[in-house]
Ligand binder design. Structure first.
Ligand code: PLP
Ligand code: COI
Length: 355
């Protein structure tokens, strides 16, 4: 395995108070970096002071969007120790994203080792207050220094860390979501299942329109029929309709969320019926009109389990569950955060201890 060179910062930053964190606004003292080229593979793994990068103006990432990323959290538990939630799943997904974008594969064992070493280095940056964590952002970009369109010969892999609180300003309170009927996020055969920057760039226009109208995020419909529910901007989505829990199947155009997968496992374990299937927007609209849409929520690392209180479609606004968090949403939130923060046992073997 590669050695990791360590260069300690000479100017440690002052840490923000937990109460002002928000999401992704502050960064820790160090960053993990390693470089790739076709001849040498991955090399020069290092943890160095957090700093701006210097890249060639023709670098592939700046022109052709050759970038993938991941998101996971380091949690501080009651005894002061730190743990990760299913990091192997993030590494697996990063390699799937890399395969789709023709970026190099990571050695999963080294990727986990380097992630753990990095979190150990930044241990003091894992916040202590309820609901806070150190958000970890591994990412990789193509870094060839010419303008030809090709799969890349040079790449860089990095991890940065951001002490974070709630993703939405609403916290665990229900969010407002707008169903988008013009722009689409992805199609089968495209990059929807990969976590690549371009997917997010393409979703900004609809996101901005939703924000202007007072909604937190967009709920995407499929790119072919504009009829079937896909996912939210930064979350997968689940509904409870007449007692049945439904969520869009993984068809290639949505992100296979790790929180989604974990929720499905918890729900099945607790005896709920979960169907991963096509869900048309008409089915949701009908259920909202008839009052059979009992709960709706989003799932994601940053957003955790986030109740949806209002849904807007074609200029009609529908209230879900009286804009209150429903019992299944609450159970999932409590179970997942309970395991993540060590308040509950981990019967599934999801936790990886750091120190
Ligand atoms: N869908 C999109 C588009 C996302 O950005 C995210 C966040 O990572 C998710 C779903 C949820 O994925 P996960 O639960 O792995 O964080
Ligand atoms: C995450 O939940 O980790 C994400 O990556 C969502 C993000 C786009 C903010």
């Amino acid at each position: 395995m590669l050695d990791i060179r360590f260069e300690k910062t000479k100017q440690p930053k002052e840490k923000p108070a937990d109460s002002v964190l928000g999401f992704g606004r502050y960064f820790s003292d160090h960053m993990f970096v390693m470089d790739y080229d076709k001849a040498h593979g991955w090399h020069d793994a290092r943890i160095v002071p957090f700093a701006n990068l210097s890249i060639h103006p023709a670098s592939t990432v700046l022109h052709y969007g050759s970038e993938i990323f991941e998101g996971l959290k380091a949690y501080r538990i009651a005894d002061g120790s730190i743990q990760l939630f299913r990091p192997e799943e993030n590494i697996k997904r990063m390699n799937n994203s890399a395969e789709r974008l023709c970026l190099p594969q990571l050695d999963p064992e080294f990727a986990l080792y380097s992630l753990k070493e990095f979190v150990k280095t930044e241990a003091d940056w894992v916040p202590h207050s309820e609901g806070t964590s150190l958000y970890l952002r591994p990412f990789m970009f193509g870094n060839d220094e010419h303008l030809g369109v090709h799969s890349v010969d040079h790449a860089t892999y990095m991890i940065i860390a951001s002490p974070s609180g709630s993703y939405y300003k609403e916290g665990i309170n229900p969010v407002k979501i707008m169903i988008e009927s013009e722009d689409v996020r992805a199609v089968r055969g495209g990059t929807g299942y990969a976590k690549c920057g371009g997917n997010y760039a393409a979703s900004n226009r609809a996101g901005a329109k939703a924000e202007e109208k007072g909604y937190s995020q967009v709920l995407w419909l499929d790119g072919v029929h504009r009829k079937y529910i896909e996912e939210v901007g930064a979350m997968n989505v689940m509904f409870k309709i007449s007692g049945e829990i439904v969520t869009p199947a993984l068809s290639g155009s949505i992100l296979p969320g790790i929180t989604r997968k974990s929720c499905i496992e918890v729900l099945k374990d607790k005896g709920y019926k979960v169907s991963e299937r096509l869900i048309s927007v008409d089915e949701i609209r009908q259920a909202m009109k008839e009052g059979t849409l009992e709960e709706a929520w989003g799932t994601g690392t940053a957003a955790v389990v986030s109740p949806i209180g209002k849904l807007m479609y074609e200029d009609m606004e529908y209230i879900v569950n009286g804009q209150k968090i429903g019992p299944v949403t609450q159970m999932l939130y409590d179970t997942l955060t309970g395991i993540q923060f060590g308040r509950l046992p981990d019967p599934y073997g999801w936790i990886v201890k750091i120190q």
